[in-house]
Design a binder for this molecule. Structure first.
Ligand SMILES: [Zn+2]
Length: 76
């Protein structure tokens, strides 16, 4: 089963859940407050190819200083 990432809009906590693809768009209960959490696209599944053929990560950044997913210039 694929792993999906969810973010709770109430407490802001982030968690991952293994679910069948058929349930991937459904909301999941937050483990902390049991509020319905929205699915977010993980960096692994949100890779999109633009017209130039380059793979560009959308959303999800490992660098807090810039928006690059893999950043060598702002080592913190
Ligand atoms: Zn929550």
């Amino acid at each position: 089963m694929p792993l999906y990432e969810y973010v709770c809009s109430k407490c802001g906590c982030k968690f991952e859940l293994l679910r069948p693809i058929s349930q991937s768009n459904e909301q999941a209960p937050c483990p902390s407050c049991h509020h319905e959490a929205e699915r977010v696209l993980s960096p692994f599944t949100s890779l999109s190819k633009d017209s130039s053929g380059l793979t560009t990560p959308v959303g999800g950044s490992s660098c807090s200083s810039c928006s690059a997913a893999s950043c060598n210039s702002c080592n913190l």
